[in-house]
Design a protein around this ligand. Sequence first.
Ligand SMILES: Nc1ncnc2c1ncn2[C@@H]1O[C@H](COP(=O)(O)OP(=O)(O)OP(=O)(O)O)[C@@H](O)[C@H]1O
Length: 736
Amino acid sequence: VERLRSELGATDLEKQLERLVVENQRLKQELKICKSSEPASNNCPICSHSQNAESLQREVTRWESQARQRERRLVELERDLQEKSQKVETLHRELDQTTRQLQESERSQTEAEHKLSLRIQECEDELHRQATAPPRVKYVTQTVEVQSADSHKVISELQGKNSALQEQVSVQRQLLRELETQLHDSQRTCTQLRTQHLHHSLTKAVGHTEVIHRLSKILVYEGEMERAQGRLEAEMQNLEEEKNRVIEEAFIRAESEMKAVHQNLAGVRMNLLSLQPALRTLTSDYNSLKRQVQEFPFMLDKAIAEAKQEICQVISEVSSTNQELLRKYKREMNLRKKCHNELVRLKGNIRVFCRVRPVSQEEQDSSDAKSMLSFDSDDDSLLYLSNKGKVMTFELDRVFPPKSTQEEVFQEVQSLVTSCIDGFNVCIFAYGQTGSGKTYTMEGVPENPGINQRALQLLFSEVTEKAADWDYTISVSMVEIYNETLRNLLGDNPTEKLDIKMHPDGSGQLYVPGLTKITVESPEDINRVFELGHMNRATACTNLNEHSSRSHALLIITVSGYNSTTATHTQGKLNLVDLAGSERISKSGAEGSRLREAQCINKSLSALGDVINALRSKHAHIPFRNSRLTYLLQDSLSGDSKTLMMVQVSPLSSNMSESVCSLKFAQRVRTVELSSSVSSRKHENSSTSSSPTHDSVEVTQILLLDIIHLCFSWKNIAELKKRYLPSYLECSTVWH
Ligand SMILES: Nc1ncnc2c1ncn2[C@@H]1O[C@H](COP(=O)(O)OP(=O)(O)OP(=O)(O)O)[C@@H](O)[C@H]1O
């Protein structure tokens, strides 16, 4: 109230009012003095001009009574004014109280809004937390719903209160406006009365200067009072307007805030409404997940136990299957080896082929060109030779006529080549007189390679095919034997002589200290090795053609394999030998160094013949040491090793006697070997009389299995025929 009073300037106004009252009393006093003074006194300006003192007196009395009445009226009005002022004050107080209440309600509303926004924030946070965290939404939902209802209730109460207060304020305002109107009317009436009083006083005091003077003063005062009243009213009006404006603004602000709060509340409600189904879904999901999580360890344990059991079962099954497979594989390997051995045994460990070279372009026109050799078109193992009117028939394992290609020749020897992968030692010799085509068969020409290069290529492709199970290493050495001297053709110094010694490990194996072994991994490596060997051979002699005719060239290929599945090691050796010319000394008529060369060649060739003889006759002593060649090839000629003698024959009639010698040698070797093989078969048959032995039955079974295998997996009947038909025809008893 004090603040409002000071704002409205009530104290100043009261002071002014007091001052005016005091002034009014003073004026009344003066008027009384004036009235009590001598009517015709010259001192009195009014009375001095008075013509009729009595009439004036009456007039004055009337005016006085009128003045008294008016004063009374004024007093009444003042009282009324005071009452109204008090009412205004009371109204102000009520207004303050209302304002306070309004402020309080605003504050409580603000608090409620704040609480509500906090609650909304909390709800949002909780929702966000629920969305990210494992849902515990059920409780939150309930909490939010309860809180929302309370808030709603509080808001609606506050709204009710607010509207009631607003109604009160408007009623109070209406009342205030009415009171102010009344006050204004009273003041106007008061002013009118004063003006009338003044007018009467002026009229009464005509002629009385003093009275006029006082009246003018009164008028001035009245004017001042009026102006002060006007200012007061204007200020009050301004203050009222200001107050109304402030209230209006506060009301608008409160309304807009209220509206915003309502909107927020509506948004929150909408959110809550839209979130509720999601919350329900989340809650049900959460519950099902919770159940799953609770059940998960048991399920996991169960699954792990089942998986373990299954894995154990599978492992044991796989392991037993593996064992079974391994057993079968080993059995198959043994059977295969047995089969191969049996086949080789049936064919003979020493096989003899004959190849007749074609007549060359230069020899075409000579009388020599008339060939004395003829072939059987139905049997490729027969060769006919017309000599001095007689026809000699030679039967060998295979006869290659001049038109036979390198490929055809290699096809016949490739089974021997591949057997060294299985760990067998193999020797392939090219035997024959000079110029009969030994080097051509073994080495060939660059555009048409011979057995050496084809054998290495075949070995490469075979080991590549078996690479899944086997790890193979192929190494190559090249040696030359000239005049019983051993030379390393792949070493740094080709003139260096090598020696053959017993292995220091006490295994009884022979070895050549300092012999170079080069591991080959590709056909390019083979070409490089051959080039090096040729180069070294050429550097050690003056005429390579002559030198090669008089020396033995050996290509030694070692194939080492390891099977990690069966932990099996194998090592096979393939010796490819291009022997020196076999012509007789008497015919060549050699002397000096040539004679020594020929003697050395003859010595080694006859030593080779002796060794083969001793081997096929199964002598207790095999004379390997009689020559460097047989000594070096000792391990590849003995035991279950395989030997192929390729007898090269010249088609020229001038070479006929040498050809006959070579063919007789070949025939002898083959006949004895075949007879030993046949005799052994005969021995087997005689021992079993009408029924085959267990071994022969097993061999037959093995062969049958192999045939079936070939039929189904290779689908190559030609291969089958080529591989087995001759043997089966040969050993038809066993076969049948
Ligand atoms: N099957 C063949 N087809 C075509 N030409 C051949 C055949 N055999 C040999 N020749 C040719 O005959 C000639 C002599 O052959 P080669 O040099 O191989 O005989 P060789 O027995 O090795 O002689 P040497 O004992 O002197 O070394 C060569 O020119 C060779 O090309």
